[in-house]
Design a binder for this molecule. Sequence first.
Ligand SMILES: Cc1ncc(COP(=O)(O)O)c(C=O)c1O
Length: 463
Amino acid sequence: MKREGSPKVPTRSKPSRRGSWIGFAGLAWELLIVGSLALNLVAIALFASPSLDEGGAPPLDFDAEASVAASAALVGSKHSEGRDEEISVSSTSGSRPTSKDAVINLDHGDPTMYESFWKRMGHRGDITIAGWQGISYFSDVTNLCWFLEPEFDHEIRRLHRLVGNAVADGHFVVVGTGSTQLFQAALYALSPPDTPHPLSVVSAAPYYSSYPAVTDYLRSGLYRWAGDASAFKGNIYIELVCSPNNPDGSIREAVLKSENGTIIHDLAYYWPQYTPITHAEDHDIMLFTVSKTTGHAGSRLGWALVKDKDVAKRMIKFVELNSIGVSKDSQFRAAKILKAISDGYELPNPKNKYKLFDFGHLLMSVRWKRLREAVKVSGIFSLPEFQSSYCTFTGKRTETYPAFAWLKCEKEGVEDCENFLRSHKILSRNGKHFGAARKFVRISMLERDETFELFIERLSSLT
Ligand SMILES: Cc1ncc(COP(=O)(O)O)c(C=O)c1O
């Protein structure tokens, strides 16, 4: 097998990274022109060929109610406004829209917008694994996390040094099957084993909709979901702090301050394409995921940076009991993917073509502009506003472009925004799943261009 992630750190000069952001203007044009050409071609294909890409896709996350809603929309549903509606076209979930009338599925945060970047990268993200390689359960028995591939470990630390978003030195790296597994490993590690009552797990609303479901689905005797942190009374707890926050993009700190409380920082979106990097986070437990860093959600990989050795050990024990380690194949691939990103900034890259964060930031900025325009045209929605900040990675003031839009329906008489959008064949996630009002929905901003464009067109037409 040829893998190129050997632990050699290429030298790099800091200014090249900053300069690259500025020198990205040329690429911006290129991207916009290519993007609009692509959109035209897609539009032609969409309207001329209804049979384009009809492959179905499995549900992508664990929100049962959302999946039921999505399925109902696909086969025809009776929605709350009392009209029968036959929706016989396929959803965009996991695939491209098949027609102008397609059901647009923005319920899941499926990061397919990154596909075009990785196509542009050519073979830079490819790996070949020989049949005989990666057979053992073990990756490195000298490492506390014995199922962590050394190259993946190396590339994680290298990327954090490059971006400056988190302090990896002095932390153990624990790898997991998605940060979803690591979240559960952290709950397990932080809960006293001999507790007479389950420990309360809280997060300030609106909180990531998976937190309650993932915390409670096994009805653990160790911990249980206790809702909105802002309403919590008590001083022993685990508080989940997601920053930038899913669903509303806000920058957050813990709201509870007890000495006996513990905190898990979920930093899935603390990357320069979504938010200015203002400082390197340095917390006891920090969770990251390749899903939202590079777009490789299908690899199912996340990592935790953990300060305390005993906590790290217990998290590792959880992953051992739960899945006897983590796929080596995925780690080989992720190591190569992370390496390609760091190389894009640290090695010569004349046209700035291979800079993932530049690509992501530009695309998100265009999308947020288009979304804000559509919201204005329609006049019946509102969106949160964000302040710009100085980004230490780019060396410039940059805006916040969250991975999700936290959309509020302001239309008179509409109490349930999800139902309202569903009646227009747009699938979103209801505010109620985030501990918020039904007037809110969460919309994914990470879908492919064709799906996003169709969404903007449809949203603008709603009055
Ligand atoms: C805040 C947050 N944490 C964790 C995850 C899960 O990441 P993974 O795909 O690595 O399980 C997500 C995915 O949407 C997320 O939004």
